[in-house]
Design a protein around this ligand. Structure first.
Ligand SMILES: C[S@@+](CC[C@H](N)C(=O)[O-])C[C@H]1O[C@@H](n2cnc3c(N)ncnc32)[C@H](O)[C@@H]1O
Length: 325
């Protein structure tokens, strides 16, 4: 029994540690350059961001004037010593507010950033953080993956725009998938090669030798989720292949044809089509409608269970339909 509970504690500690990795400035710049038009006169909130290490805070404070922001807010979860701004004596978590450069040097100086105490620990779910959330127009961060469902549910509840980092596994979560299907959330431009290197000082680097970088952890399958409009969402996928029943078998357990590669979607098939989850990277809602998914063993309103072809279980699929046929 004692062994079991210490294992549970270890597991919990490991899970918490897994949330402690930080996004590189270059990855933030690569994604956010596609959203510049959205930031003018907006209040941006980074609600999982210790400004000592958060490149989100860095990006928005240094690009404040360039983006034409109105205000930048960051909450510093469980952080009592925002020592970047020399207030280490406080026992409380703090939040920061920046309303732009006052002295004309175009740099966010310490005396231009308001560091204010919170009563609690800065949890994004706390009443204090929610009050800050209400002021915000756009939330931008890399939140703890372990709380991703709750995190997104809160953004939707408060009707916020967002650009956040998450894992592609979240796509098939019932609530997240429903938002994708309803066009309330979609994928951003993404990380090079579908994997990101994150700044990490706390646990071992799992990257293979060829992809190892000091002080970094490689996480594959990371994506950006957003509900802000971006150009790629309006670009049609160019398709060349004609449907033929030999190459596109139908599932045993759902009336849709199977497609293994997004580029092989037949341009002339009017029924339901099962495509790999990576299709979402190319999804244009003017071209296709999302019907449901065949992923996981749990069947629900829009999930029909793993797909089978001739008795063989295959990878998870998203079910789509051409809109213009
Ligand atoms: C994946 S890290 C990313 C940190 C930072 N946003 C970045 O991208 O560099 C997630 C952060 O969320 C913080 N965090 C964990 N639980 C939280 C909570 N309940 N409320 C707010 N922040 C939380 C963690 O301390 C961690 O720093």
């Amino acid at each position: 029994m004692a062994k079991q509970s210490s294992n549970t504690n270890l597991h919990r500690a490991k899970n918490n540690k897994k949330d402690e990795f930080y996004t590189q400035l270059s990855d933030i710049e690569n994604e956010l350059r596609h959203y510049k038009a959205h930031f003018k006169d907006k209040v941006v909130y980074c609600n999982c961001d210790d400004p000592r290490v958060s490149n989100f805070f860095h990006y928005f404070s240094y690009n404040f004037e360039h983006l034409g922001l109105k205000k930048l807010i960051a909450t510093c979860y469980k952080n009592q010593d925002a020592d970047l701004f020399s207030t280490n004596e406080s026992e409380q978590a703090v939040y920061l507010e920046y309303t732009g450069d006052n002295n004309g040097n175009s740099v966010p100086d310490a005396n231009e950033i308001g560091v204010k105490p919170l009563k609690g620990d800065g949890d994004f779910r706390s009443a204090e953080s929610i009050e800050l959330l209400k002021q915000a127009d756009i939330v931008v961060t890399n939140p703890p993956f372990s709380l991703f469902r709750e995190y997104v549910a809160q953004l939707i509840e408060y009707d916020k725009k967002f650009i956040i980092v998450g894992h592609q596994n979240a796509i098939t979560y019932k609530d997240i998938f429903k938002l994708i299907k309803e066009n309330k959330l979609w994928l951003g431009y993404g990380f090079k090669g579908g994997a990101g290197h994150f700044i990490n000082t706390q646990y071992e680097n799992y990257a293979t030798a060829s992809d190892k970088r000091d002080g970094m952890i490689r996480v594959s399958g990371v994506v950006w989720f957003t509900n802000l409009d971006i150009d790629k969402r309006h670009e049609d996928l160019i398709l060349h292949i004609k449907y033929n029943p030999e190459e596109y078998p139908t599932y045993d357990n759902y009336n849709a044809i199977n497609v293994d590669k997004t580029k092989d979607i037949p341009h002339d098939y009017a029924g339901h089509i099962g495509v790999p989850i990576t299709f979402l990277d190319k999804y244009n809602p003017e071209q296709f409608e999302i019907i449901g998914q065949m992923a996981t063993t749990k069947i629900d309103e829009f999930n029909y269970g793993y797909p089978y072809v001739n008795g063989n279980k295959i990878y998870a699929r998203i079910l789509i339909k051409h809109k213009k046929l």
